[in-house]
Write a protein that binds this ligand. Sequence first.
Ligand code: NAD
Length: 503
Amino acid sequence: MNLKIERKSMSELITFKQYGKQQNWVDGKVYGPSSEKNISVISPYYDKEIAVISDSNAEDLNQAVINAKNVFPDWAATNIRDRVEVMYNLKSIMKNDIEQLAHLVALDNGKTIADAKGSILRGMEVIEFAISLPNLLKGDSSNVSQGITCTMTNEPLGIVGGITPFNFPIMVPLWMIPTAITTGNCFILKPSEQTPLAALKLAEYFKEAGLPDGVLNVVNGSREVVESMCDHPDIKAVAFVGSTKVAKIVYARATANGKRALCLGGAKNHMIVVPDADQDSTAKGLLASSMGSAGQRCMAASVAVCVSEVDPIIDQLVEEAKGFKLGIDMGTIVSKDAYNRILNYINEAEEMGATILVDGRNETPPKEYENGYWIGATILDHVNPDWPCAKEEIFGPVLSIIRTDTLEDAIKIENENPYGNAAAVFTTSGQVAKTISETASAGMIGINIGVPVPREPYSFGGWNESKFGHGDITGRSGVDFWTNLRKVTSRWPESTEAWKKYF
Ligand code: NAD
């Protein structure tokens, strides 16, 4: 796929649009829920309402499950090649509509258009993976003993659910849905109530791609839908992506109800910088990782652990960060609450004695977007590893620099953090790279790469407090999560006398 992403000036990009009341998507159509409660959807570019969604209840979720149950037997019995055909179509529909979709994601979430497009393309890689599933789902078979054969096949679970966060409104649902439905399941998505609009669009694309009604359903809402999904006896598996606090709640509740659960949580990722690192690519790598998506991604590294003397790299990082433009290099913060939370972390670090090398608190917003929730790139130096800004997930464009004398101390700081999504090292030494790749306590490691997202078909998932449940959300691991293995062991008796004459 080669879609060129162009950077334009801000004002021609994110136009305000009011989408009005949005319902759920059930049985292949817009579906008015029974709940009378609503949630206002605010564009962080404008601090203005762009839509209203339903805050659905347990009965609304149940309605989606009933519809999905009706279609599950037919969908599960559909030939895998026909299921994959939907994915081929989906990919081409999304590719053709990427401009409009990126605009919707940006308006709803606060991303720049370039960032929104990039995230959509990354999500589409999972569609490509789903297209390859006939190769993976062909089953295993061998003679395990004299006259005895074992076969093993992946079978769908039934009705499954996914709960997604605000920060990647298309990519994270696509981590789940293509694999779950191509393996034969029916899916119910509960998107983030902060950024729900793109998920409804995605459901329309699936229908246009030929997905039978009821296979994919979107139930908007908040806590009640999530809890009902964890409790519903006909939902067999729940995947969650969001904060660690909620990941733990969902994992505990879903598994207590006997469900399979995989819950990806928050992160506090470290980048270790040693003196032999290449100056230019390291400075740029630190900046891109910490400030890309305005720091609102679980792969953002928000701590740079600088070993010994690396000041030329930090000097360049500071220069580059000062040139980072709001609205072009990064978008807005998702909400007023998140904006205030991030400012509190910066103010607190300043009071505790951090040196503010770059201060994004009073950056001038881009013209025409003065009411948006903007925070510029912020770099804090001489941060103590015990301060909140060094230990907790800020989820904003704030990089804390911790200084250490030895690599051993740097590894200790990384290892002691309870999260474990990603870690990176910047070095030209094979020995240092090998040491970090073997000792960092994180699921995804970058060597001279600040955002080490494994591309499909390699799987995505962290460790420790960044993930609850077994396996990863994408790749082969995702197939295992959404399926059961059926094992058939066969022995065929000797042919009877009557049949022997045919041999
Ligand atoms: P969040 O945990 O607040 O919300 C995620 C989902 O949970 C939403 O759909 C929301 O409606 C629901 N939810 C919120 N509170 C709930 C409650 N008390 N009970 C039941 N459901 C509840 O997360 P967010 O703010 O939308 O997203 C940001 C977080 O997601 C960050 O912590 C980020 O690191 C994490 N994240 C992790 C990954 C990963 O791969 N590990 C990827 C993306 C985002």
